[in-house]
Design a protein around this ligand. Structure first.
Ligand code: ZN
Length: 121
């Protein structure tokens, strides 16, 4: 009888562990995106529930045109010098945010460690 209870507890713990790791493993499938301009969060977009849109983010007279389309986000146009942000293309991974250094713009998936606070301009 005692062993049965122990087995039961073990099974519950194993299930809880499996469930916990399941959530940890599946949560990186992120859809929430932070748009940070000059170290400030200016917009949060949920790509899974967002209609196609295009908008401008301005910084000191310079502009980045952001495009949201088919649940993806990218910098479509920019008047920065290097155009790295445009060349980066669609935001794919939280490990690789879209960054426009000249215009102090970052587009990244939300919910990662670091985030806004990690940006020290
Ligand atoms: Zn740029």
């Amino acid at each position: 009888m005692k062993y049965k209870i122990l087995t039961f507890i073990c099974v519950i713990l194993a299930l809880a562990g499996a469930l916990g790791s399941y959530f940890v493993l599946t949560s990186p499938e992120k859809t929430r995106v932070n748009i940070i301009s000059d170290g400030k969060l200016v917009r949060t977009i949920d790509l899974s529930n967002h209609s196609d849109e295009q908008f401008d983010i301005r910084y000191r007279g310079r502009t980045n045109t952001i495009e949201v389309k088919d649940g993806k986000i990218r910098v479509k146009e920019a008047d920065c010098r290097d155009h790295t942000c445009v060349k980066t293309g669609w935001l794919r991974s939280s490990a690789m945010p879209i960054v426009c250094l000249p215009n102090h713009l970052v587009i990244e998936f939300a919910g990662e460690e670091g985030g806004v606070d990690a940006l020290a301009w």
